[in-house]
Design a protein around this ligand. Structure first.
Ligand SMILES: C[S@@+](CC[C@H](N)C(=O)[O-])C[C@H]1O[C@@H](n2cnc3c(N)ncnc32)[C@H](O)[C@@H]1O
Length: 350
């Protein structure tokens, strides 16, 4: 069966299973066919057929490839005994899915190793976040704005030490959906949970498309999304609606220095991004979370993004952070705002 078809089938089965105890999931199931057909609609996404074709032409992986998957490593690693021809074919097809922003991923063996060196060292973010999480073992997780799915794979973790029962990644990007499916192709069955189902799923929709009060997830992640939203309280309320009572929210976003009255709203672009709205101080963000109904709100990490963590690579050859900062003063963006600084907040739904 083709990778995307089997991933969609597994998603359907997981939701169907979930609906037995959670009737709200019937609403997800009703919307699912539309969600999955829209992402293939070339009148909406001109590149969709090319992305699909790249995923469909990846070489088949059989027992002879001795696949070994490590979702618990800084680079998601799929070891394969493959031929030079398979390596070359995969390299060319995955280049059709550029730019690769979130990773890294390693596919292959020491002789023919494909290292997808992504724009972001997403492992660095994960290493800042992971120590502060309640155990993910056996939990149901939603990763909102999950990009290529790198962090979702890390949450799923097939070491069985602390892997989730189910991870659902959502993100409206057609490219990132297909990047996830390309990685899924190589991961194969290696992330199956004890019920024999895939742990890791991807629904190509924005948060706003989900039924609002699903109350399904033990942990909800929103990393790198809040500052893109014109209405931060709407985003926080929608995240809350996806959590079970007492469930954990992990919110990572851009912040600025200041007190609880400090919020930066860039007048135009911020670090050359034209869709940045609200950058609160940590105190203001704490207030927002409490006002939105979260409790035990904690800031567990603050980090100024470095040009080693976000940079142009062979797999993302556009401009990157170094081009977004003032050449004479790297503490400022080219627009004169404070350079990107990120906070990780952890809170519980009260
Ligand atoms: C800066 S990236 C962050 C990716 C990843 N979570 C990380 O932290 O590295 C923001 C992602 O949010 C997605 N996104 C934007 N608006 C969204 C929405 N309303 N719902 C879900 N995802 C959204 C974008 O497509 C993009 O992939």
């Amino acid at each position: 069966m083709k990778t995307i078809t089997s991933a969609e089938r597994e998603l359907y089965l997981t939701l169907h299973h979930l609906s037995q105890n959670h009737p709200i999931v019937n609403e997800w199931l009703t919307r699912l066919p539309k969600w999955l057909s829209t992402i293939k609609d070339k009148s909406r996404y001109a590149h969709a057929p090319a992305y699909l074709s790249a995923v469909n032409r990846l070489p088949s992986i059989t027992r002879e490839h001795n696949r070994q998957v490590d979702l618990n490593a800084d680079a998601i690693t799929i070891q394969l005994d493959w031929t030079k021809a398979e390596f070359k074919q995969t390299q060319a097809l995955l280049k059709n899915l550029m730019p690769w922003r979130k990773g890294p991923f390693i596919i292959g063996n020491d002789i023919h190793k494909l290292h997808i060196d992504t724009e972001w060292h997403s492992d660095w973010k994960w290493n800042r976040v992971a120590p502060h999480l309640s155990s993910l073992q056996n939990r149901r997780i939603l990763d909102v704005g999950g990009g290529s799915g790198y962090h979702g794979w890390r949450m799923a973790n097939n070491s069985d030490e602390y892997g989730a029962k189910t991870v659902i990644i959502i993100d409206p990007s057609c490219l990132f959906y297909h990047q996830f499916m390309a990685v899924r192709h190589f991961v194969g069955d290696a992330d199956k949970n004890e019920y024999g189902n895939y742990r890791t799923h991807y629904i190509p929709v924005p948060l706003e498309a989900l039924p609002k009060q699903s109350q399904l997830f033990d942990t909800v992640f929103s990393m790198g999304v809040l500052y893109h939203r014109p209405s931060p309280f709407e985003h926080l309320n929608l995240l809350k609606g996806q959590l079970v009572k007492g469930g954990e929210l992990v919110l990572e976003t851009l912040v600025v220095e200041g007190d609880e009255r400090t919020v930066l709203v860039p007048s135009g672009r911020y670090a050359k991004m034209n869709n940045v709205y609200f950058l609160p101080s940590v105190s203001a963000l704490t207030l927002w979370l409490e006002k939105a109904g979260f409790v035990d709100v904690r800031c567990v990490d603050i980090d100024v993004t470095s040009v080693q963590e976000q940079r142009a690579t062979e797999w993302m050859n556009y401009q990157s952070l170094a081009d977004f900062l003032d050449v004479n003063d790297s503490s400022k963006t080219v627009e004169g705002y404070p350079a990107p600084m990120r906070a990780v907040m952890v809170a519980r739904k009260g």
